[in-house]
Design a protein around this ligand. Structure first.
Ligand code: GLU
Length: 500
């Protein structure tokens, strides 16, 4: 059997470091066995998928030195490799299941589902769909269809028994069928669910090993049931330890910089970042910490994959980066590398117009622009609490700003300006005397600098977001209770209770 692995990201955001982490292990495993590594784009969430995120995925994988044997951009024998181009395949397979009596049309309305949830909550009964349309007669189905009611197609999950599988890292895992919902395979818009498309594609693309993060382990019994319904042999599953933040919780963009581009733009070396990511889920013999990709491919052994979560420790990352810097960049290459990173002509061409009339001597350049070239801003209370704003108010304003920019899906300077004005209104604070200095403080750790909104454009969304998070942390963070209140206030656009 040829080993075939895949990474199957959904292009709904900038490439997450977790995607690179999983891609690395899939790549290493495939290459160790002389097999193939595929890239499949899982863009079934039509509303949230964006072509620029797909391009970002390619870019970030290439940045750490990965290439794929088959994928949407390079083609291959089992394409197309983008799920939105495979909808006919999913529809056909689901209708095959329907005809075989292993799936059924469910006409339950959203209101009925909401009522079901409410009753289950009140009575403490089984959550989920109550299978009311599992055994409709042909006449009942025709009646619903004649009424033009929309429907989804659900899997007939066995009512008794257990789903059992052997995870290559975690061992035997089982789940009672009674706990598994009659899952939706085809949605009312005739698009497949993640579960269906994922399984059909893994079968069609002849994937031998599904290597993915622990967060998918609870979906695996559902997947096995789909394999069984089709009569396909499931692949070997390997669930890798989750990446955790320093607080021991799942690495999340709410608290940590998770975009691969943040690390690229902050000046990490791709080889070092790649090395660091592999260390997260794996230990080399002798606890060796610095090794090349080829070395890891050669010596890879599934038995050395960790079981529990791996802490994404920035200090460790910095140390590894430094080792690479010392050992792989000769002194005479250092300046060309630093120049290419942050002082290249393209960047300077954009920066010069912002500072031309603002410096008196060349010696003022760094005073004004240092914040573009550092990963360590020196925050002070005074910078982040202008006019005596309370630290918790500043933190709340910055958190709300993250939500606003995310909701707008626009992290440009123009968008920041609009949000800043809205924040002044919402929090009842002064735009010029409080909001603007707070933002100068957050992004530049300074009272002055080049124009704020244009500078934000140049700093970019990844470092911009990280600075917002760092400033919030410096201000003492936001308690979960306050975060909840803040979120409610944000959704209702009424911050009066928080502004006192
Ligand atoms: N589309 C899923 C993701 O975004 C794929 C999960 C899997 O590897 O099965 O990670």
């Amino acid at each position: 059997m040829q080993v075939r692995t895949r990474i199957a990201p959904s292009p709904t955001g900038y490439p997450h470091v977790g995607t690179l982490y999983m891609a690395l292990f899939n790549y290493i495993f495939a290459k160790h066995h002389g097999g193939k590594f595929l890239l499949r784009i899982e863009d079934t969430d039509q509303k949230r998928s964006r072509p620029e995120y797909e391009i970002g995925t390619y870019e970030s994988l290439k940045w750490i030195g990965l290439t794929w044997d088959e994928g949407p951009d390079v083609g291959g024998p089992y394409g197309p490799y983008r799920q939105s181009e495979r909808t006919e395949i999913y529809r056909k397979t689901v209708y095959d299941l329907l005809r075989a009596g292993k799936a059924y049309k469910c006409f339950t309305t959203p209101e009925e589902l909401a009522e079901m949830r409410l009753v289950a909550q009140k009575t403490g009964g089984r959550q989920g769909y109550d299978r009311r349309h599992r055994n409709l007669s042909q006449e009942e189905i025709e009646k619903f269809e004649a009424q033009g009611r929309s429907f989804v197609i659900r899997l007939k999950v066995p009512l008794t028994g257990e789903v059992v599988f052997e995870d290559a890292v975690k061992g035997r895992i089982s789940a009672p069928c009674a706990d598994i919902d009659d899952q939706v395979l085809l949605k009312s818009d005739a698009f497949p669910t993640y579960h269906l498309a994922n399984v059909v594609d893994d079968v069609e693309m002849k994937i031998s090993h599904v290597i993915r993060g622990d967060e998918w382990i609870s979906s695996t019994p559902k997947h096995i049931l789909i394999y069984e319904a089709f009569g396909f042999k499931p692949p070997t599953f390997v669930h890798m330890p989750l990446l955790l933040g320093m607080d021991g919780k799942k690495l999340s963009k709410r608290k940590n910089p998770t975009s691969a581009f943040f690390y690229k733009e902050s000046g990490y070396l791709p080889e070092a970042f790649r090395n660091f990511l592999t260390l997260m889920g794996y230990s080399m013999p002798g606890d060796k910490e610095i090794y090349s990709l080829d070395e890891m491919i050669e010596r890879f052994d599934l038995k050395r994959v960790g079981i529990s979560g791996a802490v994404f420790d920035m200090k460790k990352l910095d140390w590894i980066n430094q080792q690479y810097l010392i050992n792989s960049i000769p002194e005479n290459q250092l300046w060309p590398r630093i120049r290419e990173w942050g002082f290249n002509d393209a960047f300077m061409g954009k920066l010069m117009p912002l500072i031309h009339t603002r410096i008196k001597t060349f010696g003022d350049f760094m005073d004004l622009c240092h914040f573009f070239f550092t990963n360590h801003l020196r925050y002070t209370q005074e910078l982040l609490c202008p006019k005596g704003l309370k630290p918790e108010t500043s933190a709340s304003i910055l958190q709300t700003l993250i939500w606003m920019l995310d909701d707008r899906e626009d992290w440009s300077g123009t968008s920041l300006e609009l949000c800043a004005k809205e924040l002044a209104d919402l929090f009842g604070v002064n735009f010029k005397k409080e909001i603007i200095p707070l933002l100068f403080g957050t992004f530049m750790a300074s009272h002055f600098g080049p124009p704020l909104f244009d500078s934000f454009n140049l700093l970019g969304q990844h470092r911009g977001r990280a600075r917002l998070l760092q400033a919030i942390e410096f201000l003492g963070g936001i308690s979960s209770k306050r975060l909840k209140l803040l979120e409610e206030a944000y959704l209702s656009k009424n911050f009066s209770a928080l502004c006192s």
